[in-house]
Design a protein around this ligand. Structure first.
Ligand code: PLP
Length: 363
C-alpha cells in the first residue's frame, strides 16, 4: 500500500529532538504561551520576511481573527473563491460578514482576478485569495486592480507554507497583503501534532488587535481591552513546530521534484494536469479525470491511497445553499467533479513514485 502521507515517516529523523522538547515543556510546567510560542513566531517571521507573526489555535480561527481585527461593519462583503476548503467560507460567516464567491480560472485552480473586479461594490471590504494546492495567487496584480480602493487583502496561505511569488518573494511576508493566515494542521507542508495556526502581518495595529483577540481580549494578563476568544497556540505544538520548520524548505523541494516526475512521466490521454504557479510548493498534486469513480476504484485496487481536494465547491455545500440559494461557479464545479490528489509526501521513495506513475499509465 502506498500511503497518501505519513507524518511519522517524515519526522523520523527529528523524533528524538521533538520528544525531548515536549518533555522540557512538561518539566517547565509552562503549557500556555510559553517561550516556545514566541520562538516559533520569530522563526516563522524570518521564513516569510514578515514583521509580525502570531501563533493561534488553527487555520480556520486564523482567518476569523484576521477578519475581526479589521473591525469591519457587520455584513460587509468579503470576496473569496468558490473552490477552497470550507474553513475559508466559515471564517467569514463566523466573523458575521457576508461571503461573496468568485469562480476560479479555467486553466488553473486560483481565484479569477478579473471576476473579482466585477464583484466589487461599495460594501466590499475584504478579499481572501487562497493559494490553493501550494500555487500562488498573483497578489501584485490584485493590488493593481484594487488601486486606491479601501479593500483589505487577507490571503489564506494554509496550503502554501514557503511558496513564493514569481518574483521570489515568499507568501505571508513583505506586506504584499494586509494579513496572511496559515493552518498548521498535521497534514500541511508545515504541520503540528494537533491543531495550530499562525497569522502574519507587517501592520502594528493589526498585530496588536490579533494578539489581543487570540487571548480573550488581553495582551497582558487580566487587562481585557478588546473582543476576544481563547485561540492560543499550545506551547507543546510550538515546540514541535520549531523543529519542523527547519526542514520545510527541504521538504518543499522534494515535493517539487516529485511533481516534475509526475508532469513528465504520467502519459495517459484520460489524465489531465492542472497548471501551478512558478514557485508552487505542491501541497497537493492534482490530476483531472473524467470518470472519477472508475479511476478511484482502479487506484484502490492497485493499493495507492489518494485524496479529494475538494469533492464539493463552497456553493455546493448544503449549508451554503440553505443560506444563499443556488448559485453556479462552472470552473470550480468542474474541478471539484474531476480532481484527484496523488500522494506527494516528500518521503515517497523513487520506487513508490515510479509505481504510482506506471500504475496510472496502465489505466
Ligand atoms: C485553504 C484552507 N483554509 C483554511 C484551512 C483551515 O485550517 P484548520 O484545519 O487548521 O482550521 C485549511 C486546512 O484545512 C485550508 O486548506
Amino acid at each position: 500500500m502506498i500511503r497518501f502521507y505519513s507524518i511519522k515517516k517524515s519526522d523520523k529523523k527529528i523524533e528524538s529532538k521533538i520528544f525531548k522538547s515536549i518533555k522540557k515543556v512538561i518539566k517547565k510546567n509552562n503549557f500556555i504561551l510559553g517561550n516556545e510560542v514566541s520562538n516559533f513566531e520569530n522563526s516563522f517571521s524570518k521564513l516569510c520576511n514578515s514583521k509580525y507573526s502570531i501563533g493561534c489555535s488553527n487555520g480556520t480561527d486564523a482567518i476569523t481573527i484576521a477578519l475581526l481585527s479589521l473591525n469591519l461593519p457587520k455584513n460587509s462583503e468579503v470576496i473569496l473563491p468558490a473552490m477552497t476548503y470550507a474553513s475559508t467560507f466559515y471564517a467569514v460567516i463566523n466573523a458575521k460578514l457576508k461571503p461573496v464567491l468568485v469562480d476560479i480560472n479555467d486553466d488553473d485552480p486560483l481565484i479569477n482576478l478579473n471576476q473579482i473586479e466585477r464583484k466589487i461594490n461599495n460594501n466590499t471590504k475584504a478579499i481572501i485569495p487562497v493559494h490553493l494546492y501550494g500555487s500562488v495567487v498573483n497578489l501584485f496584480k490584485l493590488n493593481r486592480i484594487l488601486r486606491k480602493k479601501k479593500i483589505y487583502i487577507i490571503d489564506d496561505c494554509s496550503q502554501a507554507h514557503g511558496a513564493m511569488y514569481d518574483n521570489g518573494k515568499r507568501v505571508g511576508g513583505h506586506g504584499i497583503s494586509n494579513i496572511s493566515t496559515f493552518s498548521l494542521y498535521p497534514g500541511k507542508n508545515l504541520g503540528a501534532y494537533g491543531d495550530a495556526g499562525i497569522i502574519t502581518t507587517n501592520n502594528k495595529k493589526f498585530y496588536t488587535q490579533i494578539k489581543s483577540i487570540r487571548n480573550i481580549g488581553a495582551i497582558k494578563k487580566f487587562d481585557h481591552k478588546t473582543i476576544g476568544f481563547n485561540n492560543r497556540m499550545d506551547t507543546i505544538q510550538a515546540a514541535i513546530l520549531s523543529h519542523k520548520i527547519k526542514y520545510l524548505k527541504e521538504n518543499n523541494s522534494k515535493r517539487v521534484l516529485i511533481s516534475k516526475k509526475y508532469f513528465s512521466k504520467i502519459i495517459n490521454k484520460k489524465i489531465k494536469f492542472i497548471n501551478y504557479s512558478k514557485n508552487s510548493v505542491f501541497h497537493q498534486f492534482i490530476i483531472r479525470v473524467k470518470d472519477r469513480n472508475k479511476f478511484l476504484t482502479f487506484l484502490k485496487k492497485n493499493k495507492i491511497e489518494y485524496g479529494l481536494h475538494y469533492p464539493h465547491t463552497i456553493n455546493q455545500m448544503k449549508f451554503f445553499k440553505k443560506k444563499y440559494g443556488i448559485k453556479r461557479y462552472i470552473n470550480s464545479e468542474k474541478l471539484a467533479k474531476e480532481c484527484v490528489s496523488l500522494p506527494i509526501d516528500p518521503m515517497l521513495t523513487n520506487k513508490e513514485v515510479n509505481q504510482i506513475i506506471n500504475t496510472i499509465n496502465r489505466y
